[in-house]
Design a protein around this ligand. Sequence first.
Ligand SMILES: [Fe+2]
Length: 135
Amino acid sequence: MNNRRDFLKASLVVSAGLAATGLMPGSARAATIPEGIIYTKENPGRWAGKEGSHSPVITVEGNKLTVETKHEMTEHHYIVKHTVISGDGQVLDENTFYPTDEKAISTFEIEGTHSMLYVTSFCDIHDLWLAEVKL
Ligand SMILES: [Fe+2]
């Protein structure tokens, strides 16, 4: 992110993408998503500098999707959940963590044919992070 304008422009692209896929209910609503709700590696917003430990890292092997958030897992600061969402907004799978889990790694078996998937990772302190993978 070079400046606030780039961040806003990228946020609009993400919002438009979410609206187009139906990830967010209602395109009019998605078009008005304010900053500070969804963060990405490219647009970390107020969490700039935390991309490496919050943006989900996705590996695909056939229909197996591995998601890792390279984040600490402690009682007061941990990754709460990973979710996989299809390009048309269907929640395909999810995995909830506990602070006692050693690592925030999920493995999902994805059914059906998809050209792209969205993956979210939620930190109890640093909010919701989104990544996408083209298949
Ligand atoms: Fe965090």
